[in-house]
Design a protein around this ligand. Structure first.
Ligand code: GLN
Ligand code: ZN
Length: 769
């Protein structure tokens, strides 16, 4: 018998698929269950139906090897915690009483028991529940979910590949449980965890699994030699078991770097690598380790995180190069398709000239199948698809939407001076003081006020044609009047209009900028049952008309006090949208920045003296590897400065970020050259203020004294105590008094009481100065 050429064996596969269903059935069923309207059995059936429908869709699209176990009621990292028995002590009773209710209690908390903490899954907008581990953690294997879902797919006549979060990534994503010293390293539990993984693998093998995938995306981040050694040990041990399935170790969101050599030597049968994030470099790395002889290589060539069609010729070239480097090459998306919406064909309102450039999860599975055929049978087998793909790509490259000469001329003419205020901070701060005449410790808020039911109803009425635009705008004005009159009475110094006209801080601007697209059904899981519809940066960006000016000026017409203008910054606009993949991110950021700069100048021309540009996404968008931080921060800070540097010295620029851990980007925050920054600080007892001081941060700052994530009303004494802590780090002339973040998720009663207390705290401390 002659050996088959490697290419002939090429298989199409994916690591995961959107969970929610065509009409977000999962969200409805889970939320119905929480409200007691849907029974546990009905919820389980809905979930099983969705899984079956996904497997059918994948098979119909031509995916040979489907995943199992990627489904989740809430989050796959929480599922992993259940799989290894890492249930926090405080949830143990609930989990023992009822596994499903206990699961949701860990995810969402109960009246008296806090949930697990939630944080971003690498640099995506998906949030996972952080495992809580400690020296006393005892792991026990519970393979029921994995084995059950494997069996379901089997019953449909296919052998799926179960997908698990890998043991190294699981531990690296964990944090010390409450009460455990903060310097406890969960990775020290590896030797305890591995036997549990081995047991789950053996169970899956016994159930008939040929391959199991272990996801190790943490290995695309910088890892210490000790962590790399732990990785080597983990896979040596898992690989040594006798009764195990074949192991595919998957990495995504970047290149493996040093971890590639470790995994290449490990006794596992396959590696999955991401060739979209840094494809060329990854190819070099692979060649440098001598390829993966004897191993299967799953090549992620279809971008699993963005919504653009693939470039078939480019992908086939990569796949062709890979053929010589492994025993067998299969084709996949770069990561789970969880991060893209389900089906571009569901979008009816998108211009068909643009729609042909879009590929959501469903379209991506077809692309993977086509590429697999091209790889296995030669390009002749896919000549029609190749021709269509070439035409679609050409239409995008030549489109007036993606190439607006006016926008290009403007970005091409940017000079250093455009990104520099006309005076340094120290000089303009004096001008601003004189101009604004604020008391010491000025009070302000972050922008939004409660988004009430009436406001949402007004938006729904407008969409449903029950009121016209004029009627809608009257309701918005009513709201602005109320927000203004409350702030005046409460004695706040720098007022806001409350953002009642905004559905979302990114979408509101995206809808008004040329070059940006909104989707109708482009839902992507953010966490649990929360889904977002990121807008699409599709073309060159410009601002045909002012976006916020009339609301801010209306608010200003109602008061003598300064009203702060409110914008979302360019980095956050990019971070919470699907970005163009046909030009560097920095180019897109500069276009957005210039459009926002027009808005900033429009606000100033209309008499606004304080303008806030929110950048809550500045830190979360940091690339996984430190070597890439400088390049990112360069375009990120440049685009912020381009947005804000066109104003007079006496116009005060604020920025806002909603997190407390930013030690690694303090320099970048300083480089924004904003006049005032507000940050989250209430929960960390002003830790932020101390960090700013340590760094010698020279500007005005408002570390939050009101935790808006909770309905709790802080007393005036509590706020005053926080302010005193703030004053210990930041001198009185530079300290602002404000909440942690916007108030849109809060109700009016607690908002009123909290802000009144915040003002009395500021007054109390002022009197002591
Ligand atoms: N200005 C926005 C608001 O107050 C800021 C929101 C945010 O930081 N995420 O809602
Ligand atoms: Zn915030």
């Amino acid at each position: 018998m002659t050996a088959k050429p490697a290419a002939a064996a090429a298989r199409a596969t994916v690591y995961g698929y959107p969970r929610q269903g065509q009409n977000r059935e999962l969200k409805k069923a889970v939320e119905g269950y929480w409200k007691g309207r849907v029974g546990a059995e009905a919820l389980r059936e809905t979930a099983a139906d969705l899984r079956r429908s996904n497997w059918r869709q994948l098979a119909e699209a031509g995916i040979h090897e489907v995943p199992s176990g990627d489904f989740s009621y809430y989050d796959h990292v929480l599922d992993t915690s259940v799989m290894v028995g890492a249930v926090p002590e405080r949830h143990r009773a609930a989990v023992d009483a009822d596994a499903l209710d206990g699961y949701f209690a860990m995810a969402r908390g109960t009246q008296d028991i806090a949930p697990l903490e939630m944080t971003k899954w690498f640099d995506t907008n998906y949030h996972y529940l952080v495992p809580e581990l400690g020296p006393d953690t005892v792991f026990t294997a519970d393979s029921a979910k994995q084995v059950g879902e494997f069996a379901e797919a089997r019953a449909l006549g296919r052998t799926p590949r179960p997908v698990l979060v890998g043991p190294v990534t699981y531990l690296l994503l964990a944090k010390p449980a409450p009460g455990v010293p903060a310097d406890f390293e969960p990775l020290t539990l590896l030797d305890r965890l591995l036997p549990v993984y081995a047991e789950v693998l053996a169970d899956l093998r016994a159930a008939g699994a040929e391959w199991v995938q272990l996801d190790e995306p943490a290995l695309v981040q910088d890892r210490t030699p000790a962590e790399l050694n732990a990785t080597a040990r983990a896979y040596r041990e898992l690989g040594a078991a006798a009764d195990r399935p074949k192991l595919l170790v998957a990495s995504y969101f970047g290149r493996l770097g040093e971890a590639l050599a470790v995994l290449a030597k490990a006794p596992v049968e396959g590696l999955a690598l991401d060739f979209t994030a840094s494809g060329a470099a990854h190819l070099e790395d692979l060649a440098a380790v001598g390829g993966l002889p004897g191993k299967r290589l799953v090549a992620g060539v279809v971008d699993g995180r963005n919504i653009w069609i693939n470039d078939y010729e480019k992908s086939l070239a990569t796949l062709g190069t890979l053929l010589g480097l492994a025993d067998r090459v299969d084709v996949s998306a770069s990561c789970s398709l969880l991060h893209v919406p389900l089906d571009a064909a569901a979008e009816r309102d998108i211009d068909p000239r643009i729609a042909r450039w879009l590929a959501f999860a469903r379209q991506k599975t077809r692309e993977i199948a086509v590429l697999t055929r091209g790889l296995g049978e030669g390009t002749g087998a896919i000549s029609a698809e190749l021709a269509a793909n070439r035409a679609d790509l050409a239409s995008r490259a030549g489109s007036a939407l993606t190439h607006d000469p006016a926008v290009r001329a403007r970005t091409g003419a940017i000079t250093d001076a455009d990104g520099r205020r006309s005076q340094p901070y120290a000089e303009r701060t004096a001008a601003q003081r004189a101009h604004l005449g604020l008391p010491p410790l000025p009070t302000t808020t972050i922008g939004s006020f409660p988004q009430t039911g009436e406001l949402r109803a007004a938006r729904a009425d407008l969409r449903g044609g029950r009121i016209d635009v004029a009627g809608y705008e009257e309701r918005i004005k009513d709201e602005i009047r109320e927000v203004l009159s409350f702030q005046e009475k409460a004695g706040i110094d720098v007022l806001v209009h409350g953002e009642p006209e905004r559905n979302d801080m990114v979408q509101y601007f995206a809808e008004q900028l040329t070059g940006y697209l909104a989707t109708q059904h482009g839902w992507v899981q953010s966490y649990g049952t929360r889904y977002v519809r990121p807008p699409v940066l599709a073309g060159d960006i410009s601002r045909p008309e002012p976006m916020t000016v009339r609301w801010t000026t209306y608010a200003q017409s109602l008061t003598e006090r300064p009203v702060k203008g409110m914008l979302t910054g360019p980095v956050t606009m990019l971070a919470w949208s699907f970005v163009r993949d046909d030009q560097p991110l920095g180019d897109t950021a500069r276009q957005v920045a210039l459009a926002l700069r027009d808005e900033v100048e429009g606000l100033e021309a209309a008499g606004t003296s304080v303008i806030q540009v929110d950048e809550p996404a500045l830190r979360e968008t940091l690339p996984p590897r430190a070597a890439d931080h400088a390049a990112y921060l360069a375009w990120a800070t440049e685009s912020f400065r381009l947005t804000t540097s066109g104003v007079r010295p006496d116009t005060q620029i604020h920025t806002h970020m909603c997190y407390a851990e930013f030690g690694d980007i303090v320099q970048a925050i300083d480089d924004l050259d904003a006049d005032v920054i507000s940050l989250e600080a209430a929960r960390s007892h002003m830790q932020v203020a101390r960090e700013l001081a340590e760094h010698g941060y020279p500007r005005e700052a408002g570390p939050g004294v009101y935790d808006i994530h909770s309905p709790r009303v802080p007393s005036a004494a509590e706020a005053a105590a926080l302010l005193r802590k703030g004053l210990a780090a930041i001198p009185a002339e530079r300290l602002w008094v404000n909440p942690d973040c916007g108030l849109k998720t809060r109700g009016w009663p607690e908002t009123r009481a909290s802000l009144e207390n915040l003002v009395s705290a500021a007054r109390e401390i002022r009197a002591e100065l």
